[in-house]
Design a protein around this ligand. Structure first.
Ligand code: ADP
Ligand code: UVW
Ligand code: MG
Length: 399
């Protein structure tokens, strides 16, 4: 039987300017077709990137948006795909409504739209993408797979802010820590479980670091999320590409008192902060590493410092550490940052294998700890699409 004859699932991650996709045969771990469309912002120049192929510019016909052009190109790419059974969408926020994947209809879409203000860089684009796929492939199940779901069972004290209950202050209904990057953490969890006896051991304590454009940490015990650095929104915790991470809420009051409104605060915290805001140059880690500008160096130092500080907090929640794992564009490729964190955790007996660390460039799962290290260190190239595809297949009872 040829690959995918029993059926295939398309996994997509629709962002503000890009659409990443992977086509998975049922039960397959790796996509047999994948790539990304970039330049999809209104007025952008749409193009298709696929590994090992030259970038391909997409022609725009009259009245067509860049996103329309990408959808059309994807339909052409998939024309030869037998038996496409569903589209699995990465949706960042499921709020308290969903602790697992769900088939989306108009009513569910409307409920998910309510979370747009909680993830303005993601949720509107995730949902616009889903809506457009539903129009382009009528009848094909559109499945939402949530970043928040992996953290749905967080302990009560991890979920709670020190605020009065919603019964006393109705505006606080639904206000709690949710956590994000759950598809990625689910993937790491599975791979670590396969490759590391230490990670499989009962009660294993792991710290997972997803460091990409967005960045967060997740503490797991026996494979379950028990604490995480992102909270109510995907703004909390670590410094990120363009997001501030945690700031004192008193700062927001201070700016409100100076006449700032919500839109201006949102722009500052989500788009003008993080690596980009501190460096004044770029959110791109590669460019910062290559720069000799003092502000670029300051941004890199702050990123590493905030990572160590947040890691310490989660290790204290775990009561120790057995396994540390890195993923995301930065976590997979930036050996300097990995070494910074591991050196900072040296007081715990963690020892990095410097050669293994320098050689790991995100091509495969690899151990990075030295012999005698008290803590295992791994790098794990993530694949959120494979988790989403598997979740969709399970929901629809495909086997
Ligand atoms: N070789 C590399 N060295 C250092 N950083 C890298 C490298 N490749 C990618 N990155 C960084 O990874 C980040 C993007 O991460 P990624 O996980 O791809 O983002 P997204 O959240 O959009 O999926 C950027 O800061 C980029 O500079
Ligand atoms: C939730 C989040 O921050 O996602 P990303 O890293 O893809 O921006
Ligand atoms: Mg990502």
């Amino acid at each position: 039987m040829k690959a995918g004859e029993q059926g295939q699932i398309l996994a997509v991650n629709a962002g503000s300017s890009s659409l990443k996709f992977g086509l998975y045969a049922l039960g397959a771990r790796h996509p047999h077709l994948s790539g990304s469309f970039e330049g999809l912002e209104p007025g952008g120049t749409p193009r298709l990137k696929q590994a090992g192929q030259a970038e391909q510019a997409l022609a725009l016909s009259a009245g067509q948006t860049p996103f329309d052009a990408a959808l059309q190109a994807l339909q052409t790419l998939l024309a030869a795909t037998p038996n496409l059974r569903a589209v699995a969408h990465r949706i960042v926020h499921g709020g308290g409504l969903f602790d697992g994947p769900v088939r989306v209809d108009a009513q569910i879409l409307a409920r998910l739209r309510r979370f747009e203000p909680l993830a303005p860089l993601h949720q509107p684009h995730n949902l616009d993408g889903l809506q457009r796929f539903a129009q382009a492939w009528p009848g094909l199940p559109q499945i939402a797979c949530f970043d928040t779901a992996f953290h749905a069972q967080l302990p009560a004290e991890e979920q709670r802010y020190a605020l009065p209950p919603a019964s006393e202050e109705p505006a606080l209904a639904g206000v709690r820590r949710y956590g994000f990057h759950g598809l990625s953490y689910d993937y790491l969890n599975q791979r670590l479980h396969e490759h590391s006896a230490r990670a499989r051991a009962s009660g294993a304590r792991a710290l997972l670091a997803h460091l990409g454009n967005g960045a967060s940490l997740c503490a797991t015990r026996a494979g379950r999320s028990i604490a995480t650095s992102m909270g109510f929104s995907a703004l909390d915790g670590l410094m990120m590409g363009t997001r501030s991470g945690a700031v004192d809420p008193g700062l927001l009051l201070h700016l409100l008192h100076q006449g700032w409104d919500a839109a201006r605060l949102e722009d500052l915290l989500y788009r003008r902060a993080g690596l980009k805001g501190v460096s004044g140059l770029t959110a791109d880690m590669r460019r910062l590493r290559a720069s000799s500008e003092p502000r670029a160096q300051e941004a890199l130092r702050l990123f590493a410092y905030r990572l160590r500080r947040e890691a310490g907090s989660l290790i204290a929640v775990l009561g120790g550490l057995d396994v540390l794992a890195f993923t995301g564009g930065i976590g997979e490729h930036d050996a300097v940052l990995r070494a910074d964190l591991c050196t900072g955790l040296g007081f715990l007996g963690l020892r990095l294998d410097a050669e293994a660390n320098a050689a790991a460039l995100g091509e495969a799962i690899r151990p990075l700890h030295a012999a005698g290290s008290s803590i295992e260190v791994w790098v794990v190239p993530t694949d959120e699409g494979s988790v989403a595809a598997a979740q969709a297949a399970a929901l629809l009872h495909f086997s």
